[in-house]
Design a protein around this ligand. Structure first.
Ligand code: NAD
Ligand code: TYD
Length: 339
């Protein structure tokens, strides 16, 4: 049956991929995209659907209770992506992370409860679990205790706790996905993979924090969208699913080496710079539950996903070039002490 989805943060990287995916797969559903258009929000991502009769864009903040209430009236399902999402920015300026990720989530929960929303899906991260040990084989699962180490992951952990508390205490029908690092089309070029591609293309050194042996569990963004779809369609609530993409550890230096190889650039473009404060050294996700209970699998290998991603950034320079110019102060601040 057709439904209305309130998607928060739908002009960002994963949210816009999700909206494009959902509208293609579920054309009968209506999407309301609530996004504050921070530096990370970009309506250009959604140009292909902006005139669609089932798509409504609302520029606004998730902390605005009056606005959220107005939109919640017509909503069946909330898919909550809106967040401040970059660890380096959270180290420089934690305040907005607290406001958006914690207070904003609380406003949405209060409003969802008041409007008896059928399903509240919260998008979260594996970073809430903290860091695994390098060289270990342990993995994050739904049973892993929370141990966040950055202001970003601490604020996301807080939001997860609030969502669960609203489920347990007030009976809100919720689900949470804690997903690993995404990469793919429309990712803001401050994150490792698009930063490496956009630097390599203009023969700028690619900065690697510290020794570059840190490990992330990379997932192609389209596969994150299918995981969320599986959860929404399962009808299950009061459940958490961890989502990840890799079956082997790939250190950051190898991620960048793969990009340089695909782009036919020399290895020595990789440059070691000062490490990130409180840098988590290893993430790895055991996604058995979503695989066995909901039949979800990643659709592409890391090599395939990286090839698609490199091609997209090479073909869409008009999308990312203006972002580098508009955000040059951030890039300067984040890298100025990293010689
Ligand atoms: P992003 O930074 O690309 O996009 C965030 C979007 O939220 C932007 O469009 C921004 O304008 C909007 N936004 C920010 N503050 C807002 C506010 N107060 N009100 C309304 N809109 C606001 O982020 P992303 O990478 O697409 O991440 C989306 C979600 O997925 C986040 O919750 C993040 O924690 C989670 N997540 C991200 C990753 C990843 O690798 N990027 C992995 C796992 C989970
Ligand atoms: P990032 O893409 O910022 O995601 P997160 O911090 O949420 O995992 O960083 C991914 C990894 O790459 C992380 O270990 C930090 C590292 N990194 C670099 O080495 N150089 C860079 O310029 C950036 C942005 C990240």
């Amino acid at each position: 049956m057709a439904q209305t989805l309130l998607v928060t943060g739908g002009a960002g990287f994963i949210g816009s991929n999700f909206i494009l995916y959902w509208m293609e797969k579920h054309p009968e559903d209506k999407i309301i995209n609530l996004d504050a258009l921070t530096y990370a929000g970009n309506t250009a991502n959604l140009a292909s659907v902006e005139d669609h009769k089932n798509y409504i864009f609302v520029e606004g903040n998730i902390t605005d209770r009056e606005l959220v209430d107005r939109l919640m009236k017509d909503t069946d399902t909330v898919v909550h992506f809106a967040a401040e999402s970059h660890v380096d920015r959270s180290i420089l300026h934690p305040d907005t992370f607290i406001t958006t990720n914690i207070i904003g989530t609380h406003v949405l929960l209060e409003s969802a409860l008041a409007h008896t929303i059928k399903h509240f899906h919260h998008i979260s991260t594996d970073e809430v679990f903290g860091s695994l040990k390098l060289g270990d084989t342990a993995q994050f699962s739904e049973a892993t205790p929370y141990n966040p180490c950055s202001p970003y992951s601490a604020s996301k952990a807080s939001s997860d706790h609030l969502v669960r508390a609203y489920g347990e205490t007030y009976g809100l029908n919720y689900t949470i996905t804690n997903c690993s690092n995404n990469y793919g089309e429309y990712q803001f070029p401050e994150k490792l993979i698009p930063l490496a591609i956009t630097h390599a293309l203009v023969d700028k050194p690619v900065p690697i924090y510290g020794d570059g042996l840190q490990v992330r569990d990379w997932l192609y963004v389209q596969d994150h969208c299918t995981a969320i779809e599986k959860v929404l369609e399962s009808g299950k609530t009061q459940e958490t699913f961890v989502v990840g993409g890799l079956t082997e550890d790939i250190p950051n230096i190898e991620v960048v080496a793969t990009i340089l190889r695909i782009m036919n650039k020399p290895d020595d473009m990789l440059t070691h710079v000062t490490d990130r404060a409180g840098h988590d050294v290893r993430y790895s996700v055991d996604w058995t539950k979503i695989n066995e209970e909901l039949g979800w699998n990643p659709s592409v290998t890391f090599e395939e996903g990286m090839r698609k991603t490199v091609k997209w950034y090479l073909d869409n320079q008009d999308w990312w070039q203006p972002l580098l110019t508009a955000n040059k102060d951030f890039f300067k601040t984040n890298y100025s002490n990293r010689k």
